[in-house]
Ligand binder design. Structure first.
Ligand SMILES: NCc1[nH]cc(CCC(=O)O)c1CC(=O)O
Length: 313
């Protein structure tokens, strides 16, 4: 028999406190409750504030990059203050701390980037000189590569903050993940959903992962029931690609794996931070070959890029 949570002690689900993070935690709770026939009261959602949430006035790359939105949550998990943690896989470092694992992925949402603007319907419509706000290194480099005539400004904050900045005219357009908008019930905010062939998304964009303590067999068996296997194959390929390149979030990297006719197709791209060069490639393989495909594709792109590709801009 599957082990069940003690009814007098709800399973504690750790999450950040943003509206998007809460929506993801609720989705995880609802899937767990449905899979195991448990009432909502069998779960507690525990909000944890992270360094990334606390420091909102400086570019992420200055305050430390990946891990900023996860460290405190992982500490709480290791300390037993929570039982599982829900994360946007896009924000997760490629390596988990000793003692923690992520082997549960929810069905992936829309992977595309959304183009958002009160004035313009798509990137091609932007007049030269238009101010575009984004603090994503990848989106900056991809946009600068295609449209060197635009002006880029830093644009941090959660979805609501960024939409407010657009309203206030801080920038005329920005990008958000379609996945985030979907989960917030705000898809109509997107003026355009950008085809991945035009703007390859971030590794793991749109994927939610659930982390647990390695030795916690109750959490393992609860989570196994909601793991989405195809999403797992795709994320394995993309994260292997990212791992071989650089986990640090200081480099513009894009990657997307998709499943077609029971085969895994991985596309990857690396860019110079100023958009002056972009190198892309792809691999195809079996569903469980993602790890080697990702590493192999990364190796190819690094070889083509040569020494110092990411430097000095
Ligand atoms: N970097 C922040 C972040 N992490 C995950 C998402 C969106 C949801 C997702 O990609 O799963 C976002 C916001 C955004 O990029 O618009």
């Amino acid at each position: 028999m599957t082990q069940m949570p003690d009814p007098t002690r709800p399973l504690k689900i750790g999450t950040r406190g943003s509206m998007l993070a809460l929506a993801q935690a609720h989705e995880t709770r609802d899937r767990l409750a449905a899979a195991h026939g448990l009432p909502g009261e069998a779960f507690d959602i525990v909000v944890i504030k992270t360094t990334g949430d606390r420091i909102t006035d400086r570019p992420l790359k200055e305050i430390g990059g990946k891990g900023l939105f996860t460290r405190e949550i992982e500490d709480a998990l290791l300390a037993g203050q929570i039982d599982i943690a829900v994360h946007s896989m896009k924000d997760m470092p490629t390596l988990q701390p000793e003692g923690l694992v992520i082997d549960c992925l929810l069905p992936r949402e829309d992977v595309r980037d959304a183009f958002v603007s009160p004035h313009f319907a798509s990137i091609p419509e932007l007049p030269a000189g238009t101010v575009v706000g984004t603090s994503s290194l990848r989106r900056r480099a991809q946009l600068a590569h295609r449209r060197p005539d635009l002006r880029l400004v830093e644009f941090r904050g959660n979805v609501q903050t960024r939409l407010k900045k657009l309203d206030e005219g801080v920038a005329a357009a920005t990008f958000l993940a379609m996945a985030g908008l979907s989960r917030l019930g705000m898809r109509e905010v997107a003026r355009d959903a950008i085809d991945p062939a035009e703007m390859l998304p971030a590794v793991a964009q749109g994927a939610i992962g659930v982390e647990r303590r390695q030795g916690d067999i109750m959490a393992a068996s609860l989570l196994a029931a909601i793991h989405h296997v195809d999403t797992g194959y795709r994320i394995a390929a993309e994260r292997a690609f990212l791992t071989r390149l650089d986990g640090s979030c200081q480099t513009p990297i894009a990657g997307l794996a998709e499943i077609r006719k029971n085969r895994l197709l991985l596309r990857g791209e690396i860019l110079r931070p100023d958009g002056s060069a972009a190198i892309s490639g792809h691999r195809e393989g079996g569903l469980d070959e993602g790890a080697s495909m990702g590493a192999d594709l990364a190796e190819e792109l690094l070889g083509r890029a040569g020494e110092g590709f990411f430097d000095g801009v």
